[in-house]
Design a protein around this ligand. Sequence first.
Ligand SMILES: NC(=O)c1ccc[n+]([C@@H]2O[C@H](COP(=O)([O-])OP(=O)(O)OC[C@H]3O[C@@H](n4cnc5c(N)ncnc54)[C@H](OP(=O)(O)O)[C@@H]3O)[C@@H](O)[C@H]2O)c1
Length: 271
Amino acid sequence: MVEITGTTRLYGILADPIHHVKTPQMLNAFMAQEGIDGVTVPMHVGADDLAALMAGLKHMKNLGGLIVTVPHKTAVLDLCDEVTDSARRIGAVNTIRRTADGRLIGEMLDGKGFVGGLIAGGIAPEGRSAYLAGAGGAANAIAFALAQAGVSRLTIANRTRAKAEDLADRLKDAFPGLQVDIGSPDPSGHDIVVNATSLGLRDGDPLPLDADRLAPEQIVAEIIMQPEQTALLKAAAARGCRVHFGKPMLACQRELMAAFLELSAPAGTAE
Ligand SMILES: NC(=O)c1ccc[n+]([C@@H]2O[C@H](COP(=O)([O-])OP(=O)(O)OC[C@H]3O[C@@H](n4cnc5c(N)ncnc54)[C@H](OP(=O)(O)O)[C@@H]3O)[C@@H](O)[C@H]2O)c1
């Protein structure tokens, strides 16, 4: 880690609870490796105090930016001075850059990270059909990113059907040419099958979809990082499917966050 001095820029991650976050370790390792004079620290704040904290942080001249995670990704959208078009459409923000004049600019990188991780793994979504289990925060971001990446059609299946319908309506508004359907637990007939629910985190969770309907030509992708081998991925591999883990989504987000936060070392100092 670089030495913290009077010139060090501060980055924070906003969460509640916060003990489990991995972003400070990830960004601090990146900044140390690149010779960037910055540090990322956890900022534990509850939902009731989020607005007050954000209003104060705007005035902190050496704040470089913020990472935002559960449960603040939606609420923080309206606390930014400006958000990107994609964050506005998704309805959530997970990365905020503070400009020199104190403006907070929000972006949502979960979905772009997922798609970037897929592509880095040699799986191009363009022209392929996709099945998405889930309609929560991560699923919303992934749905928009898959649409942006040019999937041929998208099926959304969620326990709470109304949330899937709401997501499908917003996708159709943003991508009028895209076929978007509401699905059942049966993922058959899709090239790429994505679990974007929180099922798989805990031992004994039910599978997020009917794995008996998977066929060997399908690719099954996870967003759950821990455990790496979820019950869904084990079932998919047993049926001959190619599997894609949850970790590349975060690895790709590191690159995207660094670019959006404009993390770079002064010329000539990077190792
Ligand atoms: N790899 C990465 O970089 C990365 C990044 C972000 C998030 N994640 C992971 O993504 C997961 C989801 O995060 P999120 O922010 O989208 O959470 P969220 O907004 O709370 O959404 C949770 C989703 O899971 C579904 N679900 C939860 N329990 C269920 C159950 N018992 N049966 C059926 N469906 C269930 C929910 O369905 P309902 O709508 O019916 O409640 C909803 O679709 C988290 O576990 C997180 O670890 C990974």
